[in-house]
Design a protein around this ligand. Structure first.
Ligand SMILES: Cc1ncc(COP(=O)(O)O)c(C=O)c1O
Length: 429
């Protein structure tokens, strides 16, 4: 399939934007070819600059849980922007969305809005350090928490994709207070907490890691993490930027029955507009300025359009029984895709949690901790990706990225995926 208009835009973009993109994975480097420039989108479909239509399983990497341009979200944003796009002063939408988040998520009493997941995590960690008076942060290899300097260590797909464990431009002292542990490994947890437990301010984890493929953790591992952090007076932060309001109203915390001390959000709570949030009990959040001594601020934080978009998204999800429907859709993906994978001529496994799914090309089984893919598997994913694209299916342009379902996907769309995938598996073999 040719994409002359996308090719032309990409050539112009490369001249004035580094790598031609404003976020690296968009560049198709991990699958080859030139990225599609998207002109518009509706429901479960995106339409590129050449007018070609694709069934979308990326969903802008998570925010679009209702699908693209949902009428209720568009109406809410349109109404909000008629009243002004930003005030730099409080507005009612912030209160309403905060009340909604606080009432849905276990253990939190206050939430502050920011403009991205990166900011949410960065700020949560600052508050955690202020509240505990400790410096060390524990993260898990393969989990991505945004691109703040001290967290850009062993940080998931974007970096795995490029085969780099970390990033240039980060002085070693900036990550000196970060400890990195493997997922799925209680012994490593025990020994770090035994050695440094009293210096640890917080452990941060994606409770359902979804940035290095999809790596659902054993309940006993997560329970141990909860117990150890509590025993050592360290805070447990669930990074729910992907899972928050996607897996359940109370995110992965609700699904797993584990209450963290703090949580971070993004994506779904902004319904496609730039939003992040971090939350916790009043006693911790009170450390924030203006009440407390931990500084944090943002010109566009709590933006009225973003609040309206997030509120409309959560209202539709609730009103339309969104979570059970997404679970049923995910189960349908399993029913359709699993038998195809079983017949594939190479190892490929479906991993699914609710409306997130991932085709793992690891051998012999899908991993539970971050593991590099063999280069042959990466190449095979590239062939699979392009074979799907040629049939009008837009999958993530990296073997390490999960797929996202939305309420706009129909069972018939999953059948369409099945037919295309059957052929794509054949041509990728
Ligand atoms: C779990 C998690 N945390 C944080 C972030 C950073 O969010 P943002 O890209 O909005 O800065 C992401 C982004 O994908 C994420 O998946």
């Amino acid at each position: 399939m040719r994409h002359p208009r996308s090719d032309e835009l990409y050539a112009r973009a490369r001249a004035v934007i580094p790598g031609g993109v404003n976020s690296p994975v968009r560049a198709f480097r991990a699958v080859g070819g030139t990225p599609l420039f998207i002109a518009r989108a509706e429901g479960a479909h995106i339409i590129d600059a050449d007018g070609q239509r694709y069934l979308d399983f990326v969903g802008s990497w998570g925010p679009l849980i209702l699908g693209h341009a949902h009428p209720a979200v568009v109406a809410a944003i349109t109404a909000a922007c008629r009243d002004g796009t930003t005030f730099g002063a409080p507005c009612a939408g912030e209160v309403a969305l905060a009340e909604r988040v606080v009432s849905a998520y276990p253990g939190i009493e206050q939430v502050r809005f920011v403009s991205s997941g990166t900011e949410a995590v960065m700020s949560a960690i600052r508050v955690a350090r202020a509240a505990t008076g400790r410096d060390l942060i524990v993260k898990f290899s393969g989990c991505y928490h945004g691109h703040a300097d001290h967290l850009l260590v062993a940080a998931g797909s974007g970096l795995a994709t490029f085969g780099r464990p970390s990033s240039a431009g980060i002085p070693a002292p900036f990550t000196a207070c970060t400890r990195v542990l493997p997922l799925d490994d209680e012994a490593a947890l025990e020994s770090l907490f035994a050695a440094e437990g009293e210096r640890i301010a917080a452990a941060i984890i994606e409770p359902v890691p979804a940035n290095h493929g999809l790596l659902p953790q054993r309940q006993t591992f997560l329970d141990r993490l909860r117990a150890l952090t509590r025993a050592h007076g360290a805070l447990l932060i669930f990074d729910e930027v992907i899972s928050g309001f996607r897996l359940a109203p109370g995110g992965a915390a609700e699904r797993l029955g584990i209450t963290p001390d703090m949580a971070t959000f993004g994506k779904v709570i902004g319904g496609g507009l730039p939003v992040g949030a971090f939350a916790g009990p009043r006693a911790i959040m009170a450390r924030l300025a203006p009440d407390g001594d931990a500084y944090q601020a943002g010109t566009l934080s709590g933006n009225p359009l973003a609040m309206a978009s997030g509120l409309a998204t959560l209202e539709v999800l609730t009103r339309e029984d969104g979570w059970p429907r997404l679970e049923a859709l995910g189960a349908h993906v399993e029913a359709v895709v699993q038998p195809l994978l079983a017949r594939a001529r190479f190892p490929v496994h479906l991993v699914r949690v609710g409306s997130l799914f991932w085709l793992s090309l690891h051998e012999p089984v899908a991993p539970r901790a971050a593991a590099p893919l063999a280069s042959a598997a990466v190449e095979r994913y590239g062939r699979l990706f392009h074979a799907l694209l040629a049939q009008g299916i837009y999958f993530p342009p990296s073997a390490y990225e999960a797929c996202f379902l939305s309420l706009a996907h129909r069972e018939a769309d999953i059948e369409t995926l099945g037919h295309a995938l059957e052929r794509a598996l054949e041509s990728a073999a």
